[in-house]
Design a protein. Structure first.
Length: 473
């Protein structure tokens, strides 16, 4: 089943269960300054869950474009390393606004997976929130999942390992306990079930998260009950497509194989298994859709996330030997794969390509020289495994290397970066900027996207250091 058919099959299934099909919202959340990007299907319904907004329906279903490249949910560092993470992906979801709750939510999910899609039951296992006896009972008694395939997981604080069965959009807002469905891709793949030390492997891949939205968390951490218990679910389209297409990794599905081929052509390599090609194929999606939704490369906030991702992609192309702009060419291939489902992409593709090209040209001016400096610094490390803060800062300030890009190169070489040292150098820069602010100088630091102005180095907002945003969350 192709990804596009799968998307349609999901929406039709929930439509047959009286859900209203609702369009995907923008990647830039409409009225939510707490959130960098739409990172889940529930984001456009946040106020409905909170009771502050009313809709003419109490059941909805969507295929939502999402970006997880900053803030609470950040998968940028996973791209190229795991089989299941993208910076941009589509989340299929069904929602109940004070309508049905645990029982129907679980039955719908099971019916779709095993009935409509025909997934073998013995390849599925589920997790429930540790204290949620009700959800445990529904899976066991109503659905008939054997007890040893139902795993209790706490919230992160209580859980022994990384998994977390208490879902939250961000530090504040709607949240609640959840139950998740995992698919076992087979023992030939490394990894263990959730709740075990090997859970970060890719053998058991989470496909669907069903959240029982019950609380609203405030900034002080306190939790109030939502007006009505609700349901919010999310299933990664690419992950379920992989299962249906009989492949393990998301990067092996139809859509990604085509993007990887196009990337190989644009970069001029035949090494289709290259990690860099997976990264480039991933990044063209997030970058293009961010631009479609109105983000432009800049030095702060969303625009800086976009700039960081474009530069990462360009660096990976450069690593494969492509010194000329190539990234913008992939918009055409992306349009072939996704333009039908997303007419706004088709409409704006020329604009997207030209913004990418300008950013590529801009970075090309400093990339080679920056890489030489970084490679030299690595060669001179001696026994140390850490790239010094001053080097990271110099690359950042003079050569336009976002800290996460330097970190990406370092990681490939089995090295780390000195975050603290970088922070210190940034603080010193801030102090210099403050003392210089008596002059009528433009310290906004924004680099003209038209490429008219020379690259002059970065400035940044107080409390918004990129390393904080990139490496800590
Ligand atoms: P994981 O534990 O694998 O990182 P998650 O628990 O962070 O996933 P959720 O926040 O529960 O993911 O999101 C709901 C669903 O969206 C997941 O079950 C998965 O199918 C999909 N998903 C989440 N993150 C990504 C991603 N970075 N790329 C592709 N699909 C994703
Ligand atoms: Mg995750
Ligand atoms: Mg998870
Ligand atoms: Mg989850």
């Amino acid at each position: 089943m192709k990804s596009s058919e799968l998307r349609q099959s999901f929406l039709s299934f929930f439509e047959s269960k009286q859900h209203q099909i609702v369009e995907s919202s923008s990647l830039v959340p409409g009225n939510d300054p707490t959130l960098l990007f739409t990172n889940a299907g529930m984001v456009q319904f946040k106020d409905v869950f909170l009771g502050a907004d009313k809709r003419p329906y109490t059941r909805a279903t969507t295929s939502q474009r999402c970006v997880r490249a900053g803030g609470k949910h950040n998968d940028l560092e996973n791209v190229g390393y795991t089989a299941r993470h993208h910076t941009f992906f589509e989340m299929l979801g069904n929602f109940s606004f004070g309508d049905y709750f645990k029982e129907e939510a679980i039955s719908f999910a099971w019916e779709f997976l095993t009935g409509v899609l025909g997934l073998p039951k013995d390849k599925l296992l589920v997790t429930v929130y540790a204290e949620d006896d009700e959800a445990f009972g529904i899976w066991k008694d109503q659905i008939g999942v054997p007890e040893d395939r139902i795993i209790r997981i706490g919230d992160n604080k209580g859980a022994r390992y990384a998994s977390d069965n208490f879902w939250a959009m961000g530090d504040t807002g709607p949240c609640g306990p959840c139950t998740e469905v995992f698919y076992d891709h087979g023992e030939h793949i490394w990894g263990g079930p959730p709740g075990t030390p090997e859970e970060d492997g890719d053998r058991f891949i989470e496909i669907w998260n069903v959240v029982f939205m019950q609380y609203n968390r405030s900034a002080d951490g306190s939790m109030a009950n939502l007006p009505k218990p609700s349901v919010d679910t999310g299933m990664g389209l690419e992950r379920i497509a992989a299962i249906l297409q009989g492949v393990h990794s998301n990067y092996e599905i139809d859509l990604f194989q085509n993007l990887i081929k196009a990337s190989a052509t644009a970069v001029g390599t035949e090494d289709f298994a290259s990690q860099s090609l997976r990264v480039i194929a991933d990044h063209i999606r997030s970058c293009s859709f961010m631009i479609v939704d109105g983000v432009v490369p800049s030095n702060e906030g969303r625009g800086y996330v976009l700039r960081r991702i474009i530069r990462r992609a360009v660096r990976h192309g450069n690593k494969l030997g492509q010194k000329q702009p190539f990234f913008h060419k992939l918009v055409e291939a992306l349009d072939v794969e996704m333009g039908e489902a997303y007419p706004e992409l088709r409409k704006l593709k020329d604009r997207v390509a030209s913004i990418l090209l300008k950013e590529e040209e801009q970075f090309a001016k400093t990339l080679d020289q920056g890489m030489r400096i970084l490679e030299e610094a690595i060669a001179n490390l001696g026994d140390s495994k850490t790239i010094p803060g001053e080097t990271i800062f110099k690359l950042y300030d003079t050569f336009g290397f976002p800290a996460d890009l330097t970190n990406d190169v370092a990681r490939e070489a089995g090295l780390e970066i000195d975050e603290e040292g970088f922070e210190k150098a940034m603080d010193e820069q801030r102090a210099r900027a403050r003392s210089a602010s008596n002059f009528t100088m433009d310290m906004s630091g924004s680099v003209d996207v038209d490429g008219q102005t020379e690259f002059t180095g970065y400035t940044y907002l107080e409390g918004q250091s990129p390393v904080e945003q990139i490496l800590v969350d």
